[in-house]
Design a protein. Structure first.
Ligand SMILES: *[C@@H]1O[C@H](CO)[C@@H](O)[C@H](O)[C@H]1NC(C)=O
Ligand SMILES: *[C@@H]1O[C@H](CO)[C@@H](O)[C@H](O)[C@H]1NC(C)=O
Ligand SMILES: *[C@@H]1O[C@H](CO)[C@@H](O)[C@H](O)[C@H]1NC(C)=O
Ligand SMILES: *[C@@H]1O[C@H](CO)[C@@H](O)[C@H](O)[C@H]1NC(C)=O
Ligand SMILES: *[C@@H]1O[C@H](CO)[C@@H](O)[C@H](O)[C@H]1NC(C)=O
Ligand SMILES: *[C@@H]1O[C@H](CO)[C@@H](O)[C@H](O)[C@H]1NC(C)=O
Ligand SMILES: *[C@@H]1O[C@H](CO)[C@@H](O)[C@H](O)[C@H]1NC(C)=O
Length: 807
């Protein structure tokens, strides 16, 4: 994103403004200079600092541990990047000192106990060693007379962060394996249970307790690891994998050395890449793997349910309580939960004589380590099998038969979509007493709730009836049209070759392949040759047919396809007026008048609303941009390339992330790799709407005069909406011939569409209604991310913060 690049360049400016520093800021520890107290080493370029730090909340005073570490000098939120003595913290009230010890090693000396707490423990062959914090954040112990005589370096002993220029992986000569290890919790810097390692084959793994792999990167393909295409996303550093006889390692460089980028492993076992936003004074996490917490092995510990839609995402199962509240609050949940009441099976002295019972938990992602009991052929039998063995703690009976689990239960996930049937119901074994008490409580509650519930149920039934009647109205036509899907023609490759004159007239290079003009006897067609489709023929045909059913005046019509050998082609109707980008941005085209622009905005909104709501599965387009909005002879807009996610499968997300060019249209949650909803299309639509109004690309360089981001078009619009004079920002080529009410409406809608939080954005249905003037809009708040990226240097007027969702 050029925008972000500008911001990052801004750091240079900031850094060159340093004030004359006191003599204390050196980058070297020598026999003559030891480091103690609040003094720190600062690298020559002022980017990194090394010193003693105390993580956690100063005022709550629970933590007495001091560590030696390296952090970003400029970052105000303490973010340790490397820690020397994670396992051996200095405990208050000791006064640690970092010195060159008698044997030439770098060591932490504790004056209180007169002992060495930590040392580099290298074989020193010089009598003049010094320790220097280099510009890349590497702390090296070297000879002071010969800077290439290095005895030890912190880059060889990383903790949870991979510095730019450092390596993770193997030195095959010395056998050194550099790996990242998570920290124990949010303040304890001791090694945790998660690690990131490079296998000898050169694929990255995230591991639990060095044994269980819960995420793999896939193979390196020259540019990124196969299963992590996000690595070459817009704001990511330049990653490289090197494999030769001596070494196998993974490293990265920054496109801009002044950028503050944090790459590593968080306390929850997830890989991350974050960027420090100076304007926002906070980290922007733009990559995390696994995407959701619950995919990390044993993240919540035993007897918990993980639900990423909740905060905190870990919760104890019924009948269990948190083992260690303190660890839990420090983000170390690996201890999990323990039983409130022992199972009767476990204690021989059970006086009640009751057998254990099972408590069902619905919609559960079941743990993988089940024992399958083939002998049990019903739910009852399955529960009996479990009861008969004291170590059995849960069972599930479903399509896969009877599954039982022994001992600690890990990785139980709450699924959001309620699946019906028995599949995904986990029966947890509890002491009978545990269930009795809750039943008694429940029956008291039931009476109280019953009256309220029956009234509620009545309303619900009426509501359901209404929805049902409506749904029938919506769905009836599509379901009863027998011609749907039959209209799709299967072309022979040779016919398409002839129609396109052997693919000679190229219309454009789309996102997933090239498009060629072709002529059939009675019509003109556009033939798209897909590059990435590796699906089997059967699946391709099925997906094409399901896409072919989707027809709407504002969607490009799929006429047919071809599927022969490796060739995958799609045949569309031909659009005379090309695409919106050509009409808006290319100089020698006729200027689209305002009425047509408004019609285009409306049509695209309707097409998207149809994709999102009206066809059987919600289809998210994921790639709305002017290039994908085609215009027919009378400038009716038609959305192209929808349904590609289905046709291309996994290849689709790969293609998406390789397209740096379209980043300006991508919603923040899409970049950060979280689950996308139809609101990503709303965001992209908003960005396109700005361009329809201005007639220029949002990323146009005219908007970044002299590094002043206040000219970024969406920012201009936000200001003009507030202070009036909205007419002045419309495309000058229109010469003021516009409907000002429509312009204002469009500007407000566009601002609402690009809100950071997807829940603040309208649905496409609401956009259509607003464009039609049926829905009145409030003044939109300024998107926070936008404000942060543009430096936040221009004070945002207080009015914005009065609006409902700003900050
Ligand atoms: C520190 O803890 C106190 C009380 O526990 C809390 O009020 C305060 O906001 C915390 N400060 C920080 C910086 O977290
Ligand atoms: C240091 O030297 C000793 C004796 O030569 C050797 O056994 C040891 O492995 C060396 N240690 C390192 C870290 O190279
Ligand atoms: C360090 O070693 C060199 C030779 O290896 C010697 O000439 C020098 O005197 C020594 N310096 C000190 C301070 O011991
Ligand atoms: C400096 O140290 C390196 C590495 O130990 C060595 O190869 C080189 O000869 C040394 N240079 C001098 C001038 O001593
Ligand atoms: C991790 O592995 C070690 C040895 O492989 C084992 O002793 C230890 O119990 C394991 N930790 C947990 C929490 O299972
Ligand atoms: C990315 O890194 C590789 C290896 O360090 C280097 O060859 C390449 O030029 C870099 N690419 C860019 C765009 O900086
Ligand atoms: C209970 O199940 C465990 C694990 O399958 C097994 O090792 C053990 O022998 C079983 N105990 C009984 C009494 O069947």
């Amino acid at each position: 994103m050029p925008l972000l690049h500008h911001v990052l360049l801004g750091f240079i400016f900031l850094l060159s403004l340093h004030t004359p520093v006191s003599s204390a800021a050196t980058d070297t520890v020598s026999p003559a200079y030891a480091l103690a107290g609040n003094n720190k080493l600062v690298s020559n370029n002022k980017k990194f600092a090394l010193g003693f730090f105390k993580p956690g909340n100063e005022s709550s005073n629970t933590n007495h541990n001091t560590y030696l570490g390296i952090w970003f000098n400029k970052v105000t939120k303490l973010t340790p990047l490397w820690t020397a003595n994670g396992e051996n913290p200095v405990v208050d009230p000791a006064s640690p000192e970092l010195t060159i010890s008698g044997d030439g090693n770098l060591a932490i000396f504790d004056h209180a106990t007169k002992s060495i707490i930590w040392s580099t423990r290298a074989n020193i062959t010089a009598n003049d060693t010094i320790a220097v914090l280099l510009n890349n954040g590497n702390l090296v112990l070297r000879s002071s007379s010969n800077s290439s005589n290095i005895f030890w370096q912190s880059f060889d002993y990383p903790t949870d962060t991979l510095f730019a220029g450092a390596k993770i992986g193997w030195d095959k000569v010395t056998g050194l394996n550099r790996r990242l290890v998570s920290r124990k919790n949010s303040i304890d810097q001791a090694p945790g249970i998660y690690s990131l390692e490079l296998g000898l084959n050169g694929d990255g793994h995230l591991l639990w307790n060095s044994t269980i792999t819960y995420w793999s990167s896939g193979d390196w393909n020259g540019r990124y690891f196969g299963l992590a295409p996000e690595m070459i996303g817009a704001v990511m550093p330049n990653f490289t994998f090197v494999h030769n006889d001596q070494e196998a390692y993974f490293t990265y460089t920054l496109y801009d050395d002044t950028a503050i980028v944090h790459t590593g492993l968080d306390v929850f076992g997830r890989g991350l890449v974050g960027i420090w936003l100076e304007g926002k004074q906070d980290w922007l996490m733009n990559y995390r793997q696994p995407v959701v917490h619950c995919d990390v092995h044993a993240i919540c510990g035993p007897f918990t349910i993980c639900d990423d839609n909740k905060d905190p995402f870990c919760d104890c199962m019924k009948g269990f309580s948190v083992r260690s509240q303190e660890d839990w609050e420090l983000d170390d949940r690996t201890g999990g939960c323990i039983r409130n009441t022992p199972l009767s099976c476990d204690s021989s002295k059970d006086r009640t004589g009751l057998t254990d019972k099972f408590y069902p938990v619905q919609s559960i992602g079941l743990p993988h380590n089940a024992e399958i009991v083939r002998a049990a052929t019903s739910g009852d039998e399955c529960s009996q099998v479990c009861l008969s063995n004291c170590s059995c703690t849960a069972y599930s009976y479903g399509k896969g038969g009877c599954s039982i689990w022994h001992d600690d239960l890990y990785n139980v996930k709450q699924l959001s979509d309620t699946s019906d049937g028995n599949e995904g119901v986990l029966y947890i074994r509890l002491a009978a007493k545990e269930l009795q008490s809750s039943e008694r409580k429940r029956s008291a509650k039931i009476i109280r709730v019953a009256i309220g519930a029956s009234i509620g149920a009545l309303f619900l039934m009426i509501l359901l009836l209404i929805v049902w009647v409506r749904k029938r109205k919506w769905f009836a036509p599509t379901q009863e049209q027998p011609e749907c899907g039959i209209g799709i023609v299967a072309f022979r490759y040779i016919d398409l070759q002839r129609a396109t004159k052997n693919f000679s007239e190229k219309l454009g290079g789309g996102s997933f392949g090239s498009v060629f003009k072709g002529y059939l006897s009675d019509s003109t067609i556009a033939v798209k040759r897909l590059d990435g489709a590796r699906q089997g023929e059967k699946q391709f045909r099925a997906e094409v047919n399901s896409i072919g059913i989707i027809q709407h005046i504002n969607l490009v019509k799929l006429i047919g396809f071809c599927c022969e050998g490796d060739n995958r082609l799609l045949v569309y109707e031909y659009m005379q007026n090309r695409s919106l980008d050509v009409c808006l941005f290319e100089a020698n085209n006729i200027v689209l008048d305002w009425t047509i622009r408004y019609q285009i905005a409306m049509g695209v909104a309707k097409g998207l609303a149809y994709l999102h709501n009206s066809c059987r599965d919600c289809i998210i387009h994921c790639d709305i941009k002017p290039e994908n909005i085609l215009l027919d002879a009378s400038y009716v807009p038609k959305i192209a390339d929808f349904g590609m996610a289905k046709i291309l499968g996994r290849e689709f997300s790969r293609a998406m992330t390789t397209m740096r060019g379209t980043i300006g249209y991508m919603a923040p949650e899409w970049i950060s790799g979280t689950v996308v909803t139809s609101k990503v299309d709303v965001y992209s639509y908003g960005m396109v709407l700005f361009e329809i109004i201005s007639g220029r690309r949002n990323s146009s360089h005219e908007y970044f005069r002299d590094g002043d981001y206040s000219f970024f078009f969406p920012m201009q619009v936000a200001r003009k909406l507030l202070y009036g004079d909205i007419g002045s920002i419309v495309d000058a080529n229109l010469k003021g011939d516009v409907n000002l009410m429509e312009v204002e409406r469009a500007c407000k809608i566009a601002c609402w569409c690009i809100q950071d939080n997807e829940f603040d954005r309208p649905t496409m249905g609401e956009v259509v209604q607003s464009l039609e003037g049926l829905l009145e809009l409030d003044m939109p708040p300024l998107p926070r991310l936008l404000n942060a990226i543009t430096g936040g240097s221009h004070p945002v007027t207080p009015q914005y913060f009065d609006s409902k969702s700003a900050c």
